[in-house]
Design a protein around this ligand. Sequence first.
Ligand code: NDP
Length: 388
Amino acid sequence: MKWAHGYLLLCSATFAVLFRDLLPLLPYARLPVPTVPVVLAFLGYVATLAVLGAFLPGKTYAGAVLPDGSRLTYKCNGLQVVGVVVTALAVAHWSAYWRATWVVHHYAQLLLVANAFALALSVYLCVAGRLRRPRNWLRSTSLLADFVMGAELNPTVLAIDVKFFSYRPAMAGWLIVNLSFLAKQLDHLGFITSRMLLYQLVTAWYIWDYFVHEPKIVSTWDIIAEHFGLMLVWGDYVFIVFAFSVQNFFLLDDTRPLSYLEVALIAITFSLGFAVFRGANSQKHQFKTQPKTHIWGKPPITVGDRLLASGFWGIARHMNYTGDLMLALSFSLPCGRASPLAYFYFFYLLLLTVHREMRDDQRCSRKYKSLWDEYCLQVPYRMVPFVY
Ligand code: NDP
């Protein structure tokens, strides 16, 4: 319940920053009243992802064991689905049927439509979840907590698992917003700056990697432990798409060249962050699916055969968060000292991961009991060895 209030505050603050501080930087995109074509484009985008997800082939993976002993299955064809959508948009752009700059030009309207959509979906999920109360695993009885933190663990809409699905419009939306700013810069300056190019490369790699490793999200905290309410809904449809991409505002007109040292710093932060982030998440996934798989060439060290205590999981208890933070920093470094707002994503992720690590610690302590205490003794650092 206390998180529900905090989260509502974060939503409002982000919304205020986007509208008050950032939108004035796009004078051509300030008309905020959404028009019918913009509403239809947004709904069409979400519907297209849903339809392609249902019909394109994809391998199916089993999720974690639920409190009632059952397991859900997830069709992981996000890479194909998003590949088709982005290719179709690229073809439309190059055939001059549609311009990629359309997204930037309708930024304010899209932001409002996405907010309205997230709000409507959250209300629906809260009402539907509460109506299904006797048959579902409910965490809370407070209306506000159910609305913000979610009334159900795995709600469905038209037979679609909306929590799993919603990462697709989120991550693909982030990519599309980025590419639209890229097209805008090309139109405006006639060339792509080195700062913009680096930002585009590192974020596109991260998004592409997300879809390549989509099956691995079925064992992540959001999927196994978090209910689906405004917090995640708004996070997917608004926050990831519009707040993760704020660097674009500062990169659009920034023609200052990058020094070799700056390029090296960004490249090293990104590569190291990626190796830690992907390595840690993959090791945990391997351990969960094939517990005997070697970690860094050696049999895994475990606590009671249930917790991995070697590889990245032997260095600190959440090195995957540390790697993700380094990646987030590399996404903002191309902006240099343009504005503290360019580092918004990094600071948000810092808050989220520190807070989540504490919540995960409590959850694991409840679940694994003395095994968790033993693991904490063996691996005393939470996220950064010798620091935290
Ligand atoms: P984790 O993938 O770390 O999942 C935590 C769960 O893993 C625990 O609840 C426990 O679940 C299991 N676990 C923890 N320690 C061990 C261990 N030593 N051995 C075996 N299992 C263990 O967390 P998240 O789902 O939060 O994050 C996944 C990735 O997504 C991270 O890299 C994170 O940075 C990223 N992320 C990014 C966000 C963003 O906004 N960019 C937001 C959220 C996440 P169990 O009950 O299964 O054992």
